[in-house]
Design a protein around this ligand. Structure first.
Ligand SMILES: [Mg+2]
Length: 335
């Protein structure tokens, strides 16, 4: 496989998700810290989870062994605050609902933070916070009924925790939306603002930035919407078989089992002889059966990448969801 470039050689900067890519809970994802430390490209970490400030996140990354400054961390609260600041005068009062990260982002964007709708506010910025109560959602509803612009940091319905699935910011936003019959502007992934903010901060155009994430409908969809190529790394929520079933806008350009592959030669799949070739692997679909032949490459990855494109092609030609699911289940797991 000599002569093939690795992913790091094709881009000038990285925008990396955190949960499921760099850490899970407090602990580092295997190989992530080593791979990013050795990457040698500027990195921005972009997360929908805005309950912690960039400084707190940077401290966590440093504790894991990844030298990081607060300027390298952006969250959906910052994208939300930037949007409010773009529309209103500096110092305008904004109702902050959520964790400390929400209020901090508003202050950093030059806005004043209030916690009650009793005084007039120009906007509401709603983000996740574990301490958010029903009375806080009430304040948001009053402000929105009073004509305030409503911005949500993100609309993730669920929040995976070590005890199970908790309601995420999207569920709390939905509670307010049911009451006021208005929908908010949503800033976080899969919307593009967070990725565009990263590209601007890096000073690198979106097409030369590689997005890295573990979730198809947020990371991959958001990076793609911002004009970036995206790498799905299978250390978090989604794996190869999920990617095979994904609609077009959720499909990653690249797939790796973990971040060690950033510095390894990466073969790109292309149509070949009625199937899809990747490196020396060939994937074909005949009568609902997926077959992968040839040299499947390191960890079987060339075979898997060829199979993914073969299945996507079949889906785009009109194969039913059931057929696509059956094909996806025939993809071998990375070795
Ligand atoms: Mg994630």
């Amino acid at each position: 496989m000599t002569g093939l470039s690795c992913l790091l050689e094709r881009y000038r900067a990285l925008v990396c998700d955190l949960d499921g890519v760099i850490y899970r809970g407090q602990a580092a994802v295997p190989h992530a810290v080593e791979a990013l430390s050795a990457a040698g490209l500027p990195v921005i970490y972009a997360t929908n989870n805005a309950s912690r400030t960039p400084g707190e996140v940077a401290e966590h990354l440093v504790a894991l062994g990844l030298p990081t400054s607060a300027e390298q961390v952006i969250n959906s609260s910052m994208a939300g605050a930037a949007e409010v600041a773009r529309r209103f005068l500096a110092g305008s009062p904004v109702l902050a609902i959520g964790g400390d990260g929400v209020a901090a982002a508003l202050r950093d964007a030059g806005l004043s933070v209030v916690t009650s709708a009793a005084d007039p506010v120009v906007a509401v910025l709603q983000g996740y916070g574990p301490q958010v109560r029903a009375v806080d959602l009430g304040e948001a509803a009053y402000a929105i009924q009073g004509g305030a612009l409503w911005v949500a940091t993100n609309d993730d319905l669920t929040l995976p925790t070590d005890r199970g699935i908790a309601p995420g910011n999207g569920a709390l936003v939905a509670a307010v939306a049911l009451a006021v019959e208005v929908r908010p502007l949503v800033m976080g992934k899969p919307q593009p603002p967070l990725y565009l903010m990263a590209s601007e901060r890096l000073g690198v155009p979106a097409e030369k930035v590689l997005g890295i994430g573990d979730r198809l409908e947020t990371d991959v969809a958001g990076a793609t919407a911002a004009g970036m190529d995206c790498l799905l790394v299978c250390t978090g929520v989604h794996g190869v078989r999920d990617a095979a079933r994904a609609p077009r806008e959720y499909r990653p350009r690249f797939v790796l089992p973990d971040l060690r592959g950033l510095t390894r030669p990466y073969a790109d799949p292309s149509p070949h002889d009625g199937g899809v070739a990747c490196g020396a692997a060939l994937a074909r679909i005949d009568e609902g059966r997926l077959s992968i032949s040839g040299d499947l490459g390191d960890d079987g990855l060339d075979g898997i990448r060829a199979a993914l494109v073969a299945i996507w092609t079949r889906a785009d030609e009109g194969a039913s969801a059931e057929v696509v699911t059956r094909l996806a289940e025939q993809i071998p797991q990375p070795r």
